[in-house]
Design a protein around this ligand. Structure first.
Ligand SMILES: [Zn+2]
Length: 370
């Protein structure tokens, strides 16, 4: 998903990414509005796209300011022409309270309504004869009027209960009171997809509606893939995927011994164990580097003493978080203080695919047996 967007900076502590769909918007505006504009069409199309981007950006700042008051964790935001989609890097363990979600959700559309009013007032103030309701309402040939209506429509679309847009987020929070967060998200996504389809069908009446439906469909799709990914991550326990057959080192091992051991295993990282206590973590690379730099020594002088451990009943989602956030490569899994397994990023990918295969075989056998 990352590859379909570009990083656009950080504002109020949120990472912003611009989704490729803004290019679709630009192409669409060029196609629909070029007839009446001649050579001006190219520049005006670009300017129009920037107006939409600016409106969506201000909308997101509205959410952020409301969220900051509630001390909410700031997720990276993917800017799309119909609003921002908050990127879920980890599953929601706890769904926000619907009322709190509503407070944050409503701030975005309110900014757009405010912008529309201010822009309309300025427009009428400057030239009282300018007609705000002249058709087409949104048209690259009239950028000030388009700005007013783009903001009106942004607010309107985001009031719909179409996940992952704002109204849909509130609906999801309400659903999550009756079911687990992953199911609530999937339910909300399918409602969002329903709206997307309706908009696309309404496209026979107005092509803008089709475009909105298309963007909404893309946004819902992004969320759906995340929801499925997180559903898997949160259901699998570490004991299902951890490596139980692994080598350990002792802090009193010499580096040469350690390297010798490392030759006979596929492991890249080793837990360092004294008796039954886990005391550190060291990588094969670290051993090689230390040997090269200062000759033979002991494992305890090069091992990393700061490491985080996981419990065998923890979900894969939490292990994934630990592995990716602290830049650690090995996660020891302990059960009542005893080291029972290890998780490495390398083994995780491998065991996930094995697990999926096993599940598939089980399903096939289940179906074929009478
Ligand atoms: Zn929003």
């Amino acid at each position: 998903m990352r590859s379909w967007s570009i990083h656009a900076g950080r504002i109020f502590g949120i990472d912003l990414r611009i989704h490729i769909s803004f290019l679709f918007l630009l192409a669409f505006v060029w196609m629909t509005d070029s007839a009446g504009l001649g050579t001006e069409a190219i520049g005006r199309g670009v300017a129009f796209t920037f107006l939409v981007l600016a409106s969506v950006l201000l909308h997101e700042i509205g959410h952020r300011l409301a969220g900051m008051r509630q001390n909410r964790h700031a997720r990276p935001v993917l800017l799309m022409p119909i609003g921002g989609v908050r990127i879920q890097e980890e599953p929601d363990r706890e769904m926000p309270d619907p009322r709190a979600e509503l407070g944050v959700a409503i701030a975005g559309p309110l900014i757009n309504i405010f912008l529309a009013f201010v822009a309309a007032a300025i427009l009428i103030g400057i030239s009282p004869e300018s007609s705000l309701v002249q058709r087409p309402l949104v048209f690259a040939g009239n950028l000030p009027r388009s700005f007013v209506w783009v903001n009106v429509f942004l607010a309107a679309i985001n009031f719909l209960p179409a996940y992952p847009l704002d109204g849909g987020r509130v609906v999801r929070a309400i659903l999550a009171r009756r079911m687990d967060p992953v199911r609530a998200t999937r339910r909300a996504v399918s409602i969002g997809q329903g709206f997307a389809l309706a908009f696309i069908l309404l496209g026979v009446w107005n092509t803008w509606l089709m475009m909105i439906g298309f963007f909404l469909f893309l946004a819902a799709q992004l969320e759906d893939r995340h929801a499925v990914f997180h559903a898997v991550l949160s259901q699998v326990r570490l004991e299902d995927v951890m490596l139980t057959d692994f080598s350990t080192l002792s802090p009193a091992d010499t580096l040469e011994d350690a390297l010798h051991k490392a030759v006979h295993t596929l492991q890249d990282d080793f837990p360092v164990v004294r008796g039954s206590d886990m005391v550190g973590v060291v990588s094969r690379q670290r051993i090689v580097d230390a040997l090269r730099a200062s000759g033979n020594g002991y494992v305890q002088s090069v091992m990393n003493r700061v490491f985080s451990a996981a419990q065998s009943g923890d979900s894969l989602a939490s292990a994934f978080r630990k592995l990716t956030s602290h830049g650690v490569t090995l996660l020891p899994v302990v059960n009542s203080g005893r080291l029972v397994g290890i998780i490495t990023l390398q083994n995780l990918m491998h065991s996930m695919s094995l697990l999926a295969e096993a599940k598939r075989l089980r399903n096939e056998n289940g179906q074929s047996s009478p």
